[in-house]
Design a protein around this ligand. Sequence first.
Ligand code: BCO
Length: 566
Amino acid sequence: THKSCHAFQPAPWHLRSQSVTATGAPRWNDHDTPEKFNFASDIVDYWTQMEKEGKRGPNPALWWVNSQGDEVKWSFRELTDFTCRAANVFTQTCGLQQGDRLALILPRVPEWWLVTMGCIRTGIVFMPGTTQMKAKDILYRLKESNAKSIVTTDALAPEVDSVASQCPALKTKLLVSDHSREGWLDFRSLIKSASPDHTCIKSKTTDPMVIFFTSGTTGFPKMAKHSHGLALRHSFPSCRKLLKLKPADVLWCLSDPGWLLAGIGTLFEPWTAGSTVFIHHLPQFDPKVIVETLFKYPITQCFAAPSVFRMILQQNFSRFPTLEHCSTAGEAVLPEEQEKWRERTGLLLHQLYGQSETGITCGTARGAQVKTGSMGKAIPPFDVQIIDDKGNILPPNTEGNLGIRMKPTKPIGLFMLYENDPVKTAKVECGDFYNTGDKATIDEEGYIWFLGRDDDIINASGYRIGPTEVENALAEHPAVAESAVVSSPDPIRGQVVKAFVVLTPQFLSHDPDQLIKELQEHVKSVTAPYKYPRKVEFVPELPKTVTGKIKRSELREKEFGQKQPQ
Ligand code: BCO
C-alpha cells in the first residue's frame, strides 16, 4: 500500500552528480545551453543533499492525500531512494534502455512520481496519458510509439489486455495495485525489493525525455517529443520569477497527470525550487473536496485551469487560510471571474500559457501587473512574436499567429519534433518561427492576448480536442449518418463540444432526448469521456463546400454569433 511504501528507510546512498554542490542550487541563465542536464540528478538529488546537510526545512517533497484519510509524505531523500529503485525496476526487471518508450497511464497516485523520475534517471522516454482513455486510444498510443512497457492500474489493465496482442513491441506490463494480475508485473512489490543503488544517466540536454500526445484538427493525436531541456527551463531565472516558489511553499496543481500541465505543476516547477508537491487523489473532480482541502492543508499556491476556479467559485467559502498565489492555464480568464476570485479570496488569478509542444511560453509573473484576459509576457529564452502567414513579425496590437522563434537556434524547452511525422513537423514551421496555431496580439508593454484558434480545434475546459476524434467516435453508432463537431460557448467550461448530427433513416422517429443520451454514452464508451459532446443537435444536413468538405466554421459562427471562440 502507499503507507508501506512510505515506511521504507532510505538505504545508504551517495550523490554522484558532478553539478550538485553544497553551496547553492545549480544555477543557469536564461540563455544557457548546458550540454548535459538531468532533472533527477541535477535537481532532485541536489535537494536530497540539502536535506542531508540540514539545509532544507522539514516539509516533504511529495505530500499525497485522499478522501479516505490516507496520506503519503516523502522527503527528498526518500524520493531519491524510491526513484532509484524505480529506475532499477525498469532497467533490470523490464530490460528497458535509454530511448525506449514507456506508456504511463496512472491516476493521481504516488507511483506516478516514481515512474516519471525513474524514467528520467534512466533516459526511458515516458508518455503520460489520461486514465479516461479507452482501449482504442491506448492501442493507438502503444502502436504509434512502439512502447515497450506500460504502467497502469486495475481499472485499465483489461483494456490494455484487450489490445496488447496487436502491439508486438510491448514487452512488459506493470500494474500499480494491491492485487496481482496474470501477465502483469507488480510494480509495488518490485519497488520494495529493488536496490536503491542506481547511477543516473548523464543525459544530454537534447536527448529525448518525454512524449505528449496532442490533438490536431484532423486525424489522430500527434506525438510531441521533448528533450530534457523541457525540465531545465524551469531552472532559468525568468521561469523562477513566475511563481517565485521557495522550499517552504506547498504547491497544489490540479491537472490530470496525463497533461503537460502536470509535468510543469507537479514536477519541474515545484521541485526545481525544493518546494512541496501537494496532491489530492481526486478520482472524481469535486469542487467541494477542493475547497475542503484548501482549508485543511497548508497549501500556499494553487495551479489549475480556469474552469476549475469557476467551479470553486460556485461553492460556499470565504478566504483560504494559507493560500498566497494562484496560477491558471488552458483558457482565458474573464474580468468578472477575476473580480469574483479577488473578492472571495483576496488573490488574483495569474494566467500562463503554453502548449504540449512548447511548455511554459508566456505568463504573468507573481508581483507583476495583472492585465486580466492577457496571458502575460513572453518567458525567455522564448522570443514570442505575432507573425503573419509567412513568418514576418507584425507590429503591436495587430492580430496574427503566435510564433516562437526557432531559427537560427531552437530555444531550450521547445519540442523537438512530432515523432514519425516530418510533414506535420514541417507544417508548423513558419519562416524563422514555430507557429502555435493560436491567434493573438501583443500590446506595447509586451502583454500577449489570446484571440482564438486558426483551425477547428476545440478548447473545452482547458482540454484541447480534435473534432475528428469525436466525429469518428460518433460514426461508430448506427444512428449517425454523418456529423460535424465544433465548439460552443459555456458559462462554466468556457467552451464545450457540440455535435451536429444527421441521423440515419431508421433512427429519425426515435425520441431525440433519449437518442442524445445514448450518443453521449456511446462516445464516452469508445474514447476518453472528456471529449463527449455535451451538446447535440440533430440536423437534416450539414453545410458543405462544393467539394464536399464540411464547413465547421459556419456551424461555429452559428454557436458564437459574432463573438469569436476564445
Ligand atoms: O460531466 P459528466 O459527468 O457528464 O462527464 C465527465 C465525467 O463524469 C466523465 N468521466 C470521467 N471519467 C470517466 C467518465 N465517464 C466514464 N468513464 C470514465 N472513466 O466524463 C466526463 C469528463 O469530462 P471532464 O473531465 O471535462 O469533466 P469534469 O470531471 O467535470 O472535470 C472538470 C475539469 C475542469 C476538472 C476538467 O475539465 C479539467 O481538468 N480541465 C482542465 C484540463 C487541463 O488541465 N488542461 C491542461 C491544459 S495544459 C496547458 O494549457 C499547457 C500548460 C502550460
